[in-house]
Design a protein around this ligand. Structure first.
Ligand code: ZN
Length: 315
C-alpha cells in the first residue's frame, strides 16, 4: 500500500463504476489479469498494457516468476497531477491480490516505466502479508526492492540503485521530529501523525541489513531473494502477520536472523546506522555520493544484489 501521495489527492474516479477491458498476460504458467478503464483512449490503453507487461516482467526478477499464480492489476485515470504519471496506487489483499493504479491519461510507456511507484507496489506482493499491522515492514520491503527491481531490468545503474537507497535513508534520518519514538509507534500512527520517510526507510534498513547479513555470513550462498522465495513456496496462499512472517523466514532458512532483527528494528528510535553495512559491501560515501569499490569480497556480494544471483538461469 502506498498512501504516501494518495492522502493528498481529491476526486479520484471510482473503479467500482468503471467500465474496463480485460486482458490476460501469462508467464511461467502463471496468470495476470489486467483491467483497463475504458475512460482511457485506445492509444493510451496500448501504452498502459505495454507498461504493465514491462513492470510485471520486472517482478519476475526476484523469484524467476511472479509471487502469485493468479493476480490482478486494475488501472483507472486520474487528472490529479499532470506531472506525475502515477499519482496514486495501492495493493488490495483480497481473495486474489490486486494492484490498483491511478495514472495520467496521457503518459507514454517510457514515462510510466520510469515512475518508481509501480515497482514499489508490485514489490509488496513478494510476501504473503495480511495487509495490516507493522506497516513499516511491508513498506520497508517495497522501498528496498523498488530500487533492486529497477536495477535488475537495467532502468537504473547499480550506482544509482545504491545512491537511491542512501538518499532514502537520509530522508528517513531527516525526519528528526520522530526521533525517540520506536519505529513500531511511528508506524502505527502514520496516517494520523505522518512520518512516512522514517517508516519507509527505517523499514528498508531492515531488508538491507537482512540481505547483507545473509550474504556475508554464508559467503554468498544465501540471500534475501532466496529466503523470501522459500516463504513464497510454503505460504503464498496464506495471510500472515509480520511476526509470523519473520518466524517462518528463520525456520525455512535455518537461521536466527529475521526475528531478532525484527525486534531490533521495530524498537529502534531512529533510522539505524548504515555506514558499516555500506562499508561491508564495498561502498564509500564521499560528500553525500556513493562510490562503489571495484574489488574485494564485499563488491562481489554487492553486485549480486543489483544483478540477482542465479536469475539468468531461470529467466
Ligand atoms: Zn507501499
Amino acid at each position: 500500500m502506498c498512501s504516501l501521495l494518495g492522502l493528498l489527492l481529491p476526486a479520484i474516479a471510482s473503479p467500482a463504476d468503471d467500465a474496463t477491458t480485460r486482458h490476460l498476460i501469462k508467464r511461467d504458467g502463471r496468470n495476470l489479469e489486467v483491467f483497463v478503464s475504458t475512460q482511457f483512449k485506445p492509444s493510451m490503453r496500448d501504452n498502459l498494457l505495454q507498461w504493465t507487461e514491462n513492470i510485471a516482467d520486472a517482478l519476475r526478477q526476484v523469484y524467476g516468476h511472479w509471487p502469485n499464480r493468479h493476480w490482478q492489476i486494475s488501472i483507472s485515470p486520474t487528472a490529479a497531477s499532470a506531472s506525475d504519471p502515477i499519482p496514486w496506487a495501492q495493493v488490495h489483499r483480497e481473495e486474489i491480490d490486486r494492484v490498483e493504479f491511478f495514472t495520467s491519461s496521457v503518459a507514454s510507456t517510457a514515462e510510466l516505466e520510469k515512475a518508481w511507484t509501480s515497482y514499489h507496489e508490485l514489490a509488496h506482493l513478494l510476501i504473503p502479508y495480511r495487509g495490516w499491522g507493522d506497516a513499516w515492514f511491508s513498506e520497508g520491503l517495497a522501498s528496498y526492492y523498488q530500487n533492486i527491481l529497477q536495477a535488475r531490468i537495467g532502468l537504473i545503474s547499480e550506482q544509482q540503485m545504491w545512491q537511491k537507497l542512501y538518499d532514502g535513508f537520509q530522508r528517513g534520518l531527516a525526519e528528526t521530529q520522530y526521533d525517540g519514538q520506536s519505529l513500531q509507534t511511528v508506524s502505527a500512527g502514520l496516517r494520523e501523525n505522518g512520518g512516512f520517510m522514517r517508516v519507509y526507510w527505517g523499514g528498508a534498513w531492515y531488508f538491507l541489513a537482512a540481505d547483507t547479513r545473509l550474504r556475508l555470513q554464508s559467503g554468498g550462498r544465501q540471500n534475501l531473494d532466496d529466503a523470501l522465495k522459500k516463504l513464497n513456496e510454503c505460504c503464498a496462499q496464506q495471510r500472515l502477520s509480520v511476526k509470523e512472517i519473520v518466524s517462518q523466514l528463520d525456520r525455512l532458512n535455518r537461521v536466527l536472523l529475521f526475528r531478532p532483527l525484527y525486534e531490533e528494528v521495530s524498537t529502534a528510535t531512529t533510522v539505524l546506522p548504515f555506514d558499516t553495512i555500506f562499508a561491508s559491501m564495498g561502498i564509500d560515501i564521499v560528500e553525500g555520493e556513493v562510490r562503489l569499490q571495484e574489488k574485494g569480497p564485499g563488491a562481489k556480494l554487492r553486485r549480486e544484489i543489483a544483478s540477482g544471483v542465479g536469475l539468468a538461469a531461470d529467466l
